[in-house]
Design a protein around this ligand. Sequence first.
Ligand SMILES: NC(=O)c1ccc[n+]([C@@H]2O[C@H](COP(=O)([O-])OP(=O)(O)OC[C@H]3O[C@@H](n4cnc5c(N)ncnc54)[C@H](OP(=O)(O)O)[C@@H]3O)[C@@H](O)[C@H]2O)c1
Length: 246
Amino acid sequence: MTAIAMVTGASGGLGQALARELRQAGWQLALVGRDRERLRAVFNAGELCIEADVSTPEGAGAALAQCQRELGVPTALAHCAGTTLLAPLHRTPAEQYRACLSANLDSAFFTLGAFVDALREVRQPGAAVLVSSVVARIGVANHEAIAAAKAGIEGLTRSAAATYATSRIRVNAVAPGILDTPAVARIIGNETGRTAAAKQYPLPGIGDPADLARLMAWLLSEQAGWITGQVWAMDGGFSSVRPLVR
Ligand SMILES: NC(=O)c1ccc[n+]([C@@H]2O[C@H](COP(=O)([O-])OP(=O)(O)OC[C@H]3O[C@@H](n4cnc5c(N)ncnc54)[C@H](OP(=O)(O)O)[C@@H]3O)[C@@H](O)[C@H]2O)c1
C-alpha cells in the first residue's frame, strides 16, 4: 500500500515544490488549500485536492477527515501553510497581528493536532514537518509578529515531539531564510530588491524552495527515523555565522 502524505499550503511556492518532491519519492498526496480551483490549476486531476482553512480546528479536522475518507490516514504531514509579514511592532495593527498568528501558529497547532489524533486512533507511527523561519532564531528588525508566530512553531515542535515520541510520531521543523516564492514577490520581484536581499546572507543568495522541499521530504522519510524535535535551518548561515567584515 502506498503511504499517504498531506501537504497544506499546497498551492504556494514551497507547497508545490514539496508536492513534486514527495510524489517523486512515491507518496500518495492529499493537497490542502483554501481554494480548490487554485489547487486544481496547479495539480493534475488524479490528485486529491482538499479545500479547507486549516487555521481553525474545524478546518484542520475536516481536512484530515476527508483525507481519511478518500485515501486513508496520512502518515506524513508537511505543513506549508503560512505567511510572511514585514512590519515593525508599532505599525502592526491588532488585526494584522492576529491574522499572522492565525495563518502561521494556529494553523500549525490545529493541523498537527488533527494529524496526531488520526494517527493515534489507528495506532500508527508517522512524521510531521512544520515551517518556521530564520526570524524566530535571530532578531531581525521589523518582523515582530511573524517572529513571535514562528518562535511558537519551534516550541510546538519540541513539545509535541516529546509528547508523542512513545507513539513513534516524529515532529521536526525547518527554518528557512528568504525563499523564492510568491510570498515575497514584493521584496525580491525586482532586480534591486533581489540583490539587496541576497546580500544579507553570509552565503549570498535567495533560497530555492526545491532545496528546502528535499530537506523536508527527507525529514518525513524513514531515513530520518531517529530524528525528532529538531529545527533545521536553511539560511545561508544567517542565523549562525558572522563572516569577517571587510
Ligand atoms: N518565502 C519566504 O521567504 C519564507 C521565508 C521563511 C519562511 N517561509 C514560510 O514558508 C511557508 C510557505 O510559504 P511560501 O513561501 O510557499 O508562501 P506562499 O507561496 O504564499 O504559500 C503559502 C500558502 O499558505 C496558504 N495560506 C496563507 N494564508 C493562510 C491562512 N490564513 N490559512 C491557511 N492557509 C494559508 C496559502 O494557500 P491558500 O491561499 O491556497 O490557502 C498559500 O498558498 C510559510 O509557512 C512561510 O511562512 C517563507
